[in-house]
Design a protein around this ligand. Sequence first.
Ligand SMILES: *Cc1c(COP(=O)(O)O)cnc(C)c1O
Length: 222
Amino acid sequence: MIDIAKIKETLPPSVRLIAVSKQVGADAIREAYGAGVRDFGENRVQEAIAKQEQLQDLSDITWHFIGHLQTNKAKLALERFDWIHSVDRLKLAQELNRLIERGSPSPSLLLQVKLAADPQKSGWMAEELLADLPELDRLEFLKIQGLMTILPLGLTPEDARSVFRQTRLLGDRIRTANFSRISMAQLSMGMSEDYPLAVTEGATMVRLGRILFGERSKSEQL
Ligand SMILES: *Cc1c(COP(=O)(O)O)cnc(C)c1O
């Protein structure tokens, strides 16, 4: 494993390092934990549960769900994760609200946005999100804490930086609109390729996989 402590040192103390452990075994998670990491990100509910079962003794891990969440997995995700970064559509938000009202746990949530068009990725475009916010603000059981974004592949550093900045500005704009429940304190952006730029543009959480754990198998890059 690459030197996690060294990468942590390059981050400002205000930025939370989330180690993306998808396709990584419980042993490597344990090793990262030993290096001081307490936040782990997974993109498949079942895969995460299998690892959580093996790591029950590490009771202060914070688990982050970062993958596309199907409605039929929503209940399990609420039960198994402390954060869900990938709330990417109104229907899902409404379903989460309904489940929590009926007794499911209420993790912290982020709204996934895509400010650069990308057919491969889900998430709200800016105008769509602005249109849905009043309804999102009415979902009284949700703890919406901010925005998450994933950049399209192959942007130039200038373009990447611009998309990160636009994401921050969108968060600022929502914050000044004074919704009653929605908080915009968090910005989850930046992956192995681009996290220094994301940090410069105000990320509060970076999600790092390959730079910590090495390359994943080709067939499952995301
Ligand atoms: C896989 C993944 C990451 C980590 O990507 P790396 O390039 O390995 O750092 C971050 N965020 C999401 C949503 C991912 O699916």
